[in-house]
Design a protein around this ligand. Structure first.
Ligand SMILES: NC(=O)c1ccc[n+]([C@@H]2O[C@H](COP(=O)([O-])OP(=O)(O)OC[C@H]3O[C@@H](n4cnc5c(N)ncnc54)[C@H](OP(=O)(O)O)[C@@H]3O)[C@@H](O)[C@H]2O)c1
Length: 237
């Protein structure tokens, strides 16, 4: 049975990824800061939840160790936990910067370091980072330099790590979503957010899930930033 760790798994995209992986026969370690011992609609068999902050090194170690203790290894890490704080650049506070850096970058760093060392020892594995199409295609109406800085950094790290670890048998890819209908966005904004995609709709969590499952199957693909964004990445429309 393949084993996955999914961070940010109590809600939105992460919860949908956990469900899909469980349906595809994976055992899953699901993490969020606040997460119960069960997840809605999921069997307890093959599911372990770990409450903790991915940006905290001790919590990241506990998340990794849960996979080793309960399932004896990790085949897939999905770095999904993330925060999004859009605002004009001049209005960002040091607190915003710390929050974005801690979850989006340190969360990736701590967990990925543990998992990659383990995957190298086994000679196989796959890391998928969830980024955002805003990183490559900023939208004037949604100023968000700090999410772009952090997620754009993850895109760059995806390519660099893919190269660094390819010979060790480990792949590293990213899914770069457009704006996805999750609790991250107020329902009142959905109409406007739909207009930010050439296809004229927001994404669904299932759209991102399909990207993750494709990359997991695609054994000759590494260093890829897979845009799941209704065409938003390809420029002004
Ligand atoms: N929705 C979009 O439009 C969109 C677009 C592009 C990219 N993304 C990216 O997709 C990912 C998921 O977004 P979403 O829309 O599904 O968000 P969401 O519904 O707000 O869910 C975020 C998840 O991350 C967890 N989380 C937040 N900070 C954490 C931390 N420090 N440690 C551990 N878990 C943490 C949350 O649970 P707790 O609060 O309990 O920790 C929750 O489970 C994020 O990385 C986001 O940047 C989303």
């Amino acid at each position: 049975m393949p084993v996955a760790i999914v961070s940010g798994a109590s809600s939105g995209i992460g919860l949908a990824i956990v469900r899909a992986l469980a349906e595809h026969g994976y055992a899953v370690v699901a993490n969020a800061r606040r997460i119960g011992s069960e997840l809605p609609g999921l069997h307890a068999d093959g599911l372990v939840t770990v409450a903790g902050d991915v940006g905290d090194p001790a919590d990241a170690r506990r998340i990794f160790e849960a996979a080793i203790t309960h399932f004896d290894g990790v085949d897939l890490l999905v770095n999904n936990a993330g925060v999004f704080i859009p605002k004009p650049f001049a209005e960002y506070s040091v607190g915003d910067f710390d929050r974005l850096l801690k979850t989006n970058v340190l969360g990736f760093f701590h967990l990925t370091q543990h998992v990659l060392a383990h995957m190298v020892r086994r000679g196989r594995g796959h890391v998928i980072n969830i980024t955002t199409s805003l990183a490559e295609n900023p939208i004037k109406a949604v100023p968000s330099v700090l999410p772009i800085l952090t997620k754009g950094g993850l895109n760059a790290a995806t390519r660099a790590l893919a190269q660094e670890y390819a010979a060790a048998g480990v792949r590293v890819n990213a899914v770069s979503p457009g704006i996805i209908r999750t609790p991250m966005h107020e329902a009142a904004d959905h109409g406007f957010l739909a207009t930010l995609h050439p296809v004229g709709r927001m994404g669904a969590v299932e759209d991102v899930v399909r990207g993750v499952l494709y990359l997991e199957e695609a054994s000759f693909v590494t260093g890829e930033i897979l845009h799941v964004d209704g065409g938003a990445y390809y420029g002004r429309w």
